[in-house]
Design a protein around this ligand. Structure first.
Ligand code: KIV
Length: 268
């Protein structure tokens, strides 16, 4: 899958996107024919034990992206650019984004977007680095905006529509809309021709994205707009408890898990 294939899907069948942070998960996501795998900076909260996405580094993103890319054959692999890896200067931003394609084998990058990313999106696209824009709730700005629903009044809703148009014009191949009213997401989807991918943005986007840990039930809770489709946490807990009990009771390892060499009997 290439960025242009995703772009062509706008208004067609619903587009699917999920996060993944490691090779085995990416393999399962890819085998399920999900269109895009996002190596989200949510890796910070959901896998690395940070309180927010802000501490995530370029090295961490490159490492997780490379693991995902190695296990993905068909889905488009998108590296989420971490806090301050872009925005301070074009040269650094281009180098950091380019590294995700050159070193980590991503197919595209995602930028939490605003006025500051319009020109950068144009430059990256012209250089051959496909960009997925991200508007609405942008968690990297949580210290400024909080982690609240965005676009809830006329002024901020119009700003989101304007920024969506500007990012499309700058060359973005798709747009994530996070935690915005469903009627605003519908208006954005109507206003632009690149696909909108919603998370907490209602049913009228071209596609949907969720954090994999919430979908499979690995995280302890889910965002109110998310949905748990499995219960991996209970499965893991049961397996770990069973292992501990089997070791403590002497049931594991059994004969079939052990091997003996008669040649070394004399050593004792
Ligand atoms: O980091 C992430 O997982 C994201 C999605 C929620 C869109 O940005």
């Amino acid at each position: 899958m290439r960025a242009r294939d995703i772009r062509a899907k706008a208004g067609d069948e619903p587009i699917t996107m999920l996060t993944a942070y490691d090779a085995p998960t990416a393999q399962l996501v890819d085998e399920a024919d999900i269109d895009m795998v996002l190596v989200g900076d949510s890796v910070g909260n959901v896998r690395l034990g940070y309180d927010s996405t802000l501490p995530v580094t370029n090295d961490e993103m490159a490492s997780h992206t490379a693991a995902v890319a190695r296990a993905t054959d068909d889905a488009l692999v998108i590296a989420d650019m971490p806090f301050l890896s872009y925005g301070a200067g074009d040269a650094d931003a281009i180098e950091n984004c380019g590294r995700m394609l050159k070193e980590a084998d991503a197919d595209a990058v995602k930028l939490e977007s605003g006025h500051h990313t319009v020109d950068l999106t144009r430059k990256l696209t012209r250089l051959g680095i496909p960009v997925q824009a991200h508007l609405g709730l942008t968690p990297q700005r949580e210290n400024e905006t909080g982690l609240y629903r965005q676009g809830t009044d006329e002024e901020s809703a119009s700003e989101i529509i304007d920024l969506a148009r500007e990012h499309e014009a700058a060359g973005a191949f798709s747009l994530v809309l996070e935690h915005v009213p469903a009627n605003l997401a519908e208006a954005v989807t109507d206003a632009i021709s690149i696909p909108t991918i919603g998370i907490g943005a209602g049913p009228n986007c071209d596609g949907q994205v969720l954090v994999i840990d919430e979908v499979i039930g690995l995280s302890e809770g889910t965002a109110p707009f998310s949905k748990q489709f499995g219960d991996v946490r209970s499965e893991m807990r049961d397996a770990i408890d069973s292992y501990a009990e089997a070791v403590e009771s002497g049931e594991f390892p059994a004969e079939e898990h052990s091997h003996y060499e008669s040649d070394i009997d004399d050593v004792y």
